[in-house]
Design a protein around this ligand. Structure first.
Ligand SMILES: NC(=O)c1ccc[n+]([C@@H]2O[C@H](COP(=O)([O-])OP(=O)(O)OC[C@H]3O[C@@H](n4cnc5c(N)ncnc54)[C@H](OP(=O)(O)O)[C@@H]3O)[C@@H](O)[C@H]2O)c1
Length: 207
C-alpha cells in the first residue's frame, strides 16, 4: 500500500516561496535560496539532464525520495510556475496530477512524465495518483494550498521538510491558516548537513 508523503523545501521562517511568485518569477523573490542546497547535488542534476555534482548526505536524501515516489499531486500555481522552466524530460519521470478548476487535456512529456489535470477534488487526485504509483508512494509536491488541504483531512502519512538556513521575511507560508485543531506528528529523523536540515515526521492519525 502506498504512503502519501509531503516532501518540500522551507525557509527557517516558514516560507516555501518568496513574495511575488508567478510564472515569470518562479519561487518568488529570493525564493531560489530555499533550494540552494540542491544546486550541486548529483541526483538532482541527473534529473535535469546535467552531469557532475556532489554525492553526499543531501544527495542520498534526494535519491531516496525519487526512488520511493511513483506519482505526484500538485497545485495549479506550482504547475504554472514550472510549466515553461522544467526541462523535457521533466524531473518527475512519473505521472503528475494537477489540481485545478480549469480542465485541460493531459500533457505527455518525455521520460515517463504525463501531466493530468484533475478538476474533481483532492480525493480524486489522490485516487488517480495511488493507482498510477503502483507499489510506490505518492508525493504531494505542493504548493502550500494543496498540502494544507490534504493535511487537514488526514490524508498525509509522512512529512519531510528540508529546512533551509535563510529568513525570507515574506512569501508563501506552508502552514498558514491550518485548521484550529492541532495536528500532532512523531519525529522520525533529523539529518544534519552543512547546507540544510532534513526533518522527517509521521502524522499521527486517530483511527
Ligand atoms: N519550496 C518548495 O519545495 C515548493 C514546492 C512546491 C511549490 N512551491 C511554491 O509554492 C507556490 C505555490 O503554492 P500555492 O499555495 O500558492 O499554490 P498551489 O497549491 O500550487 O496551487 C493552488 C491552486 O491549485 C488549484 N487547486 C488547489 N486545490 C484545488 C482543488 N481542491 N480543486 C481544484 N483546484 C484546486 C487552484 O487553482 P485554479 O483555481 O487556478 O485552477 C489553486 O489556486 C509557488 O510559488 C511554488 O513555486 C514551493
Amino acid at each position: 500500500m502506498s504512503d502519501v508523503l509531503v516532501d518540500i523545501g522551507m525557509s527557517l521562517d516558514g516560507f516555501i516561496a518568496g513574495p511575488n511568485a508567478s510564472p515569470q518569477n518562479a519561487l518568488g523573490d529570493e525564493g531560489h535560496r530555499i533550494h540552494q542546497w540542491m544546486d550541486n547535488i548529483e541526483g538532482w542534476r541527473e534529473r535535469q539532464g546535467r552531469s557532475g555534482g556532489e554525492t553526499n548526505t543531501d544527495d542520498e536524501v534526494v535519491r531516496e525520495y525519487f526512488t520511493r515516489v511513483g506519482a505526484y499531486v500538485m497545485g495549479r500555481r506550482m504547475f504554472d510556475e514550472g510549466e515553461k522552466g522544467w526541462p523535457n524530460p521533466p524531473p518527475f519521470q512519473a505521472p503528475v496530477f494537477i489540481l485545478t478548476h480549469e480542465s485541460r487535456e493531459p500533457w505527455k512529456r518525455q521520460g515517463g512524465t504525463t501531466f493530468t489535470f484533475v478538476t474533481d477534488g483532492i480525493e480524486s487526485a489522490l485516487e488517480q495518483a495511488t493507482a498510477a504509483a503502483g507499489e510506490k508512494d505518492v508525493k504531494i509536491a505542493g504548493g502550500a494550498n494543496v498540502v494544507r488541504q490534504f493535511l487537514e483531512v488526514g490524508l498525509i502519512d509522512e512529512l519531510q521538510i528540508h529546512l533551509a538556513p535563510v529568513l525570507l521575511g515574506d512569501g508563501v507560508r506552508l502552514f498558514d491558516h491550518t485548521s484550529s485543531e492541532p495536528i500532532e506528528l512523531d519525529i522520525t529523523r533529523v539529518i544534519d548537513s552543512p547546507k540544510v536540515t532534513h526533518l522527517g515526521y509521521l502524522v499521527i492519525t486517530e483511527k
